[in-house]
Design a protein around this ligand. Structure first.
Ligand SMILES: [Mg+2]
Length: 164
């Protein structure tokens, strides 16, 4: 079975849109230092309450699991322990036993797992570039279907027919 790693923010829920809006409402300037502080102190309970699933993502994940074609895990960058806790709580409301791997923001996702021969679905091209460089297969998730050089999807269930 193929290892399939699925990003959380911007793929399963639209939490990135929510946090960008929060930052802009607070007048936080878009630079690395400000954003890093902002993300470390974010109330993720609030963020996830305001976030919505993207294109039926929970149902799509169930279809992926039911296909029995993949070892599926959710692979998510996190900025704080509270962020892990809230994400796990949300995911566990939908799936009792899906694997959840949280990666500190400062570490590459590719450094946490063996990328070679495994699939990563991510909206952030930087993650896909690192994955590919390590021998993995990257698929971009993008609602405008802009692959930026990668195969692209805008809903998760198409993975079932896309990958053998
Ligand atoms: Mg993402």
């Amino acid at each position: 079975m193929t290892n399939l790693y699925i990003d959380f923010d911007g793929v399963i829920v639209n939490s990135i849109d929510v946090t960008y809006k929060m930052a802009s409402d607070l007048g936080i300037e878009r630079n690395e230092e400000n954003y890093s502080k902002f993300y470390q102190n974010l109330d993720w309970c609030d963020v996830l309450k305001k976030s919505k699933p993207i294109n039926d993502s929970w149902k799509c994940l169930q279809k992926i699991i039911d296909s029995d074609k993949f070892n599926v895990a959710i692979l998510t960058h996190v900025n704080s322990l509270a962020e892990i806790e809230e994400k796990v709580k949300m995911i566990r409301r939908h799936f009792k036993d899906i694997t959840i791997i949280s990666v500190p923001k400062s570490i590459s996702k590719t450094n946490m797992l063996k990328a070679e021969g495994s699939v990563l679905v991510d909206d952030f091209v930087g993650n896909l570039d690192e994955w590919k460089a390590a021998g993995g297969y990257g698929i971009r998730f993008d609602l405008d279907m802009d692959g930026k050089g990668y195969p692209v999807i805008d809903r998760l269930d198409v993975l079932v027919d896309m990958i053998d």
